[in-house]
Design a protein around this ligand. Sequence first.
Ligand code: FMN
Length: 231
Amino acid sequence: MDSVSGLADLAEGCEVGYYALAMPSPVCVDRPRKRYTLDVCIEKWEGEMLKVIGIQSSPNLDGLTCQLTQAVLEGAKGEGAETELIHLNRLDVGSCKAHDRGWGTCRSEGKCMIEDDFQELREKINQADALVFSTPVYFGDLSESAKRFLDRWRRCESSNREASPLKGKRVIGVAAAGGSGGGAVNALHNLEAYLRYLQFTIFDLVPVTQASKKHKTDMLKVAGKRLVSEL
Ligand SMILES: Cc1cc2nc3c(=O)[nH]c(=O)nc-3n(C[C@H](O)[C@H](O)[C@H](O)COP(=O)(O)O)c2cc1C
């Protein structure tokens, strides 16, 4: 924190944001248009790259859902972000067991009682700056792995909502459909409900079909870029 001594004086009297303009740090100078609170700016100033996580919930590791997620991450990476792609189906994330007559420690402690990969994934997202969450369209709805993860996550975010690290974090939701494209918008609608309950700020919601995948892939690269450049 020595490197930032004097910042509090600098910041005094300023409204939130624009401290970056006055800082000598290359990291902040590199991002002169960004508006950060003083705390956030200090954190970034100390050399941390913005991190964007992509979660794709199709069993096909080279399918459309994965490709669309990668398009967002490619755009974010091009803008200087650190990115990570997670294949949800490769993780061990089981179904909610509705412990203790409905509410387990998810409500009392904000933690799930089941010990599997859920906890680590949740923490990874808490640490990230933005998220892209993609699902294939199955029966006009989300994939099973997406529902399992989102159901447990939603429960754990049902209490202590003001303090949630997800509050205001940016997210792009993507639903990738097959031949007919039927149900893509409905799947996205259901995904939106989860993401809003989790208190994300929705940056974009994108339904993709076989017919639209080419131009939507290009568009998602731009969305990934802007997801970072406007943070
Ligand atoms: C169980 C199942 C249900 C599906 N239901 C729909 C559907 O309701 N509407 C649709 O357009 N495509 C449907 N599809 C097709 C997938 O959405 C499509 O293949 C999509 O590209 C899958 O993404 P992927 O390539 O990442 O696996 C379904 C596929 C499966 C396996």
